[in-house]
Structures are given as structure tokens and as C-alpha cells.
Design a protein around this ligand. Structure first.
Ligand SMILES: Cc1cc2c(cc1C)[n+](S(=O)(=O)[O-])c1c(=O)[nH]c(=O)nc-1n2C[C@H](O)[C@H](O)[C@H](O)COP(=O)(O)O
Length: 501
């Protein structure tokens, strides 16, 4: 390693370039050199993706996947070699990314933002303009994607029983979530790797959430660092933390207590992903960025087609269980909610163990295929809680497939406090940036105002189970009204069409 005085002197590109093998592997990130030789076998994305950049500047590939403070956090200081005189670094001939160039072209041919009239329109545009790997990652569900589609079609099995002759001149659909007043009962849920869709990443969602006074749930696997996302918040803007529990509980404790110190107002522990699901579109797109590899098996001959998800999630602890909850309650004062609860027995257990809420969710259909939709589980849970007089003991949220304000209203009629929305805001961000997220949220507010009036309610407090007919909800083979919009954007298979199976 360069001696200390060498560290004060800038390293040259030539010096770094000499360390371009498995035996001695240095990379440049943001103008600083790092010795990652010993880290190679531990890298979640496998050694090969790093070796592609051994002795070179890896910043561009590194950016979309890693929060900026990753090296600070996870690479021993002794491996931080110092600054590199970037004018001495041979510019990597960045072959034009045909995807990217074509993407820019496609965006120019897309409808203008004002022609997006609903959340599905953003998905239709995203499907046409996003980079393959990004679209594959965001749009994929597990296995045959039955649950991913069920999440959306489940809402089509619920019908309204609207009231009439109610004074709905003034409609107020604001509410509170974990004590925070919000304009409309949805929050931006945690979705990983925001920079795959937009180079600015999750901070765009932060700004959109601020503009519409809704809450953002910050993902553990965000592209932006946690602090970047917190710093992007303004004034008293409220954010929550979504937590994947690390096998190393010290890391988890540090993340949780840092989040609390930074002012996070809720901790959502993801409990439906002891292992990330098999998202074949993601795999098929041969995610080529960092992380396209299962990492626990190490070695080079590992199947690289595991896509982004598998690659970035090796740290998640599959041994997490109910017995860990008291420890979480002891390390933070933030309200703790379990995200990914899928049956009433576990809601009862969550109440008994003392958490403050649950999100009835199947992870957007990205985990266990044939898991039921959040709205169907909600319809199972609330009558049982009401029977016990427990309906107000905790706050209950659902997510998955919410694309219309009528979906939000159905969830609230059945007893949810609010809903999480994922993909639509990713697609809005990945196509039109912040203006897209802003418009998507405004469209939901406009729909909400209209539909509250049409159902005969002037506030969320008026919404109740008598306003919906859920008899068709548990029939999974029932005919639902043909979902033209949803079907028109659904992408059954990603990959070179001409070569697809
Ligand atoms: C679309 C999407 C969802 C992810 C997501 C990434 C994407 C691209 N990721 S994942 O990489 O691990 O699967 C997360 C995540 O980091 N943590 C989590 O709790 N939920 C994750 N979810 C699930 C998300 O929080 C909601 O449960 C789901 O998105 C709701 O469904 P809709 O997308 O249909 O609104």
C-alpha cells in the first residue's frame, strides 16, 4: 500500500492500473482509489463485476446501485488508498450504451406529461422508454406473476354501494398516519434501486412527497444514501424507514438508531422477504450492473442471471422471527410496524407482541406467488379484529396494485388507515422525473375528490364497510371486468423478443 506520505501525494492512473487482477485489485470511485482485493469474495454482486473494473475508474457503474457512503461504511480504512490525479486516468472508451441512446430517442417520441391521465399511463410510457434492466427490475413479479396481477384485479372484485343526498360540497380526504397529518391516505412505499430508473434516484420521490404532503418510506436498498434522502426533505416533512434486517444485528441497530436520530417517524420491518423472490424478468434482463450474481456461493462460475434483487440482498437475515421483536422495541422509540403480513393470525400476534401497526402486503407480488392481495387479507382481518374490539389497537395499511383513488377508498372503507403505492411513482419518476411524480400524485388527489363526492362521503371518517360489496373478493377465478388498461401495459416477457422462448 502506498505509504502515508504517498497517500498525501496523489496516486496516478498508471499506478492504479497496475493493480488489475484478482491478486491485487484497485478501483477508482469518485476520484479516490480503493484496494478491494480482499473484499472480492465478499462482494454481494460477486467478484467478476468488480474485476471488470480492476485498475480502472468504476464510478459510473458503481453509482446506480450503491448509496454513496457504502465504501465508508463497509471497506476498512486501510484500503482507502487516497486521491487519484484523474487527469492521469485513461478515459475508458465508454461505448455508447445503445439502450441509453435509444432511450433518449424514445423519450422524445413519447406523449407530453399532460397526456398522462392516470397512473397506468405512466406505466405505458415507462415500458416504452426505460432501460431494459430498469424496466425488468421494477415491473417484475415472482414466478408467474399471478399475485402481482391479482393485487390490481382484486380491487375490481369490490363494488361500491354509494350513498346519495349527502352534502358533499366540501370534501376533505386528509388523514393522519402514525400521528402525522397527510393530505391524502397514501404514502410512497419503499422500492429499491431508484437510480436504475432515474439518475437522481429516490430524492425525486422525496420532493414529490413534500409537494403533496404525503409520507415517503425510505428503502434499505435505496440507490441514494439514507442521509441524502433525509437531507432532501424540507421543513417538517415526515419520512419512515423500511428495514431489511441484517444478519449482523450491530449493523441493524446502528441503522435504526441513526434513522431515529435523523428524525424518522416510523420503522417498517419487512417480514415477507427472508429471501428475495424469483423475479424472472429481472433475471432474464441479465442485470449486468453490480450485483448480477448470487453472492453467498462466491466463486466465478456462479449463474450471473440472478438479476439485481438476488445480488443486493445477501445480508438479509432469514432467521428473523417473533422472538426478535422485543429487541427491536428496546432499541428505538419509533413506532414499529411489520410490513408484509398476510393473514389475520399474524395480525393478532403482532398486536400481542406490541408493535404499532402492520402493512398487509405481498411485496408487490415480488415474493411468494399465489399470496393473496393486501385488500383481500384486509377484508379477512378487520371483521376478526372488530369482533375482539381490537380494530383501533394498531394502524393497518395495505399496499399492492393501488392505481386509482377508488382503490384507496375501498381500502379505507374496509378499515385501512392508508395505502402504500410503489411502481406508479417509480414509473412517473423514470419517465418524466419530478414533474411526473407531481402529476401522478395530483391525479390521485383529483380522483379522490371526485370519488368521495360520488360515494357520498365528505371525509375519510365517513368511509365504512357498508359502502362496499366484497362478496366476490375471495373468488379467485371470478371474471373481473376486463382490465384493458392494466393488460395493455402488462409485459409478459422481457428479453430480446426475437429470441424469447
Ligand atoms: C416495485 C418494487 C417493490 C419493492 C421493491 C422494489 C421494487 C422495484 N423492493 S425490493 O427490491 O426489495 O423488492 C422493496 C424493498 O427493498 N423493500 C420492501 O420492503 N419492499 C420492496 N418492494 C415492495 C413495495 O414496498 C410494495 O410492497 C409494492 O411495491 C406495492 O405494490 P405496487 O408496486 O403495485 O404499488
Amino acid at each position: 500500500h502506498p505509504s502515508n506520505d504517498a497517500q498525501s501525494k496523489k496516486l496516478t492512473g498508471k499506478e492504479v492500473a497496475k493493480h488489475n487482477s484478482r491478486e491485487s485489485c484497485w478501483v477508482i470511485i469518485h476520484g479516490r482509489a480503493y484496494d478491494v482485493t480482499e473484499f472480492l469474495p465478499e462482494h454481494p454482486g460477486g467478484p467478476k463485476i468488480i474485476l471488470n473494473y480492476a485498475g480502472k475508474d468504476a464510478t459510473e457503474e458503481y453509482e446506480p446501485i450503491h448509496p454513496p457512503d457504502t465504501l465508508e461504511k463497509y471497506l476498512d480504512k486501510s484500503k482507502h488508498l487516497g486521491e487519484v490525479a484523474m487527469d492521469t486516468v485513461k478515459k475508458e472508451q465508454k461505448e455508447e450504451d445503445p439502450d441509453e441512446e435509444a432511450r433518449q430517442e424514445r423519450i422524445k417520441r413519447m406523449p407530453i406529461l399532460e397526456q398522462c391521465y392516470n397512473l397506468m399511463d405512466f406505466e405505458a410510457v415507462a415500458r416504452k422508454v426505460m432501460k431494459k434492466t430498469a424496466w425488468a427490475y421494477y415491473s417484475s413479479g415472482a414466478d408467474d406473476e399471478i399475485t402481482m396481477r391479482e393485487n390490481h384485479s382484486a380491487f375490481h372484485k369490490i363494488w361500491f354501494r354509494p350513498r346519495i343526498l349527502e352534502d358533499v360540497e366540501k370534501v376533505d380526504f386528509s388523514t393522519t398516519m402514525l400521528g402525522t397529518k397527510v393530505d391524502i391516505p397514501f404514502y410512497v412505499t419503499a422500492t429499491a434501486l431508484g437510480k436504475l430508473g432515474n439518475p437522481e434516484g429516490e430524492v425525486i420521490l422525496t420532493r414529490g412527497a413534500k409537494k403533496h404532503n404525503v409520507i415517503q418510506m425510505i428503502p434499505t436498498l435505496a440507490s441514494c444514501s439514507f442521509d441524502e434522502i433525509m437531507d432532501a426533505a424540507e421543513g417538517d416533512q415526515v419520512q419512515w424507514l423500511q428495514l431489511y434486517v441484517n444478519k449482523n444485528r450491530d449493523i441493524t441497530k446502528r441503522i435504526v438508531q441513526h434513522a431515529e436520530k435523523r428524525g424518522c417517524k416510523g420503522l417498517f420491518i419487512t417480514v415477507d422477504a427472508p429471501q428475495l423472490g424469483r423475479r424472472e424478468k429481472d433475471m432474464r434482463s441479465k442485470f449486468s450492473d453490480v450485483g448480477s450474481n448470487v453472492q453467498s456461493t462466491g466463486g466465478d462460475n456462479v449463474d450471473r442471471s440472478q438479476g439485481a434483487a438476488r445480488a443486493i440482498s445477501s445480508f438479509i437475515d432469514p432467521s428473523l422471527s417473533w422472538k426478535d421483536i422485543p429487541w427491536f422495541l428496546s432499541i428505538t422509540k419509533m413506532p414499529i410496524l411489520l410490513k408484509g403480513v398476510q393473514r389475520v393470525e399474524d395480525v393478532i400476534r403482532a398486536i400481542e407482541v406490541g408493535v404499532h401497526g402492520v402493512v398487509l402486503s405481498n411485496h408487490g407480488g415480488r415474493q411468494l406467488d399465489f399470496a393473496r392481495s393486501g385488500i383481500e387479507v384486509l377484508a379477512e382481518v378487520m371483521p376478526v379484529l372488530r369482533e375482539r374490539g381490537w380494530q383501533d389497537r394498531i394502524e393497518i395499511y395495505i399496499d399492492g396494485g393501488v392505481r386509482r383513488a377508488t382503490d384507496i377508498i375501498k381500502a379505507l372503507c374496509l378499515g385501512a388507515k392508508g395505502v402504500g403505492i410503489g411502481r406508479p411513482f417509480l414509473y412517473a419518476m423514470s419517465t418524466y422525473g419530478l414533474p411526473g411524480v407531481d402529476r401522478a400524485m395530483q391525479l390521485l388527489k383529483d380522483e379522490m375528490e371526485m370519488n368521495m363526492r360520488l360515494i357520498g362521503c365528505s371525509s375519510v371518517g365517513d368511509l365504512n364497510p357498508t359502502l362496499v360489496d366484497t362478496r366476490g373478493l375471495s373468488l379467485h377465478s371470478t371474471i373481473v371486468p376486463s382490465d384493458t388498461l392494466g393488460l395493455s401495459v402488462y409485459d409478459p416477457l422481457i428479453g430480446p423478443k426475437e429470441k424469447s422462448i
